[in-house]
Design a protein around this ligand. Structure first.
Ligand SMILES: Nc1ncnc2c1ncn2[C@@H]1O[C@H](COP(=O)(O)OP(=O)(O)O)[C@@H](O)[C@H]1O
Ligand SMILES: O=C(O)C1=C[C@@H](OP(=O)(O)O)[C@@H](O)[C@H](O)C1
Ligand SMILES: [Mg+2]
Length: 180
């Protein structure tokens, strides 16, 4: 964790798809009267395409490079801002290092277990290109299990971790604002 005498002026939310980064980020920014930026929304408005369209037409590697460029743009300009990342953002290139070393920035891992993520993501899989083709909850749970294990190495480098299961966005915001 960073040791800094400077006050925290940005919060970065990271974690697996469906953990609530976008939803909690919006609520957190509202409560703190800070700006909210969602990296996926930023990419979509910049390219005037959905994330699914970008990945489908240009490929996943193009998306990952674009995602890093946009992450750097958001971190550089951020002040009193809550940034919600995409689920894969911390796991490519040196993105996690960029997040950890960003000045006055606290990173928070919204952690959720495999059954919870499966339950939450299965009805919403159509909007998430990495899991859209999954045919059953069983297959999705197997995919998430392996994927989360690979990604946890990056997520666990966040300054703080908060478990999200069974907690409303409002409760999660209280937990986050109560962190030391
Ligand atoms: N704390 C919460 N309580 C209940 N539903 C939630 C909570 N956080 C997120 N959701 C719901 O879960 C789904 C995924 O949330 P989202 O914010 O899109 O996650 P992420 O950005 O991490 O992929 C959405 O339908 C959202 O409304
Ligand atoms: O986990 C991932 O690799 C991705 C997560 C998505 O964001 P959410 O975590 O907000 O769904 C989005 O960036 C893209 O579909 C890839
Ligand atoms: Mg999101």
């Amino acid at each position: 964790m960073k040791i800094s005498k400077e006050p925290i002026s940005n919060i970065v939310l990271l974690g697996y798809m469906g953990s609530g980064k976008t939803t909690v980020g919006q609520e957190l920014a509202l409560q703190m009267s800070w700006r909210h930026l969602d990296l996926d929304d930023y990419i979509e408005s910049k390219k005037k395409m959905t994330i699914s369209q970008i990945i489908e037409s240009k490929g996943i590697l193009f998306f990952r490079k674009l995602e890093q460029t946009c992450l750097i743009e958001l971190l550089e300009g951020a002040e009193q801002t809550v940034i919600s990342l995409g689920g894969g953002t911390p796991c490519y290139y040196d993105n996690m290092k960029l997040i950890i070393e960003a000045p006055h920035t606290r990173s928070i891992y919204l952690r959720a277990n495999v059954p919870f993520l499966t339950y939450r993501l299965f009805p919403e899989k159509a909007h998430r290109p990495l899991i859209a083709a999954t045919t059953s909850e069983e297959n999705l749970a197997e995919f998430i299990g392996k994927h989360l294990l690979e990604r946890s190495v990056f997520y666990n480098q966040a300054d703080f971790t908060i478990d999200v299961q069974g907690k409303s966005p409002e409760l999660l915001v209280r937990e986050i604002t109560g962190l030391g």
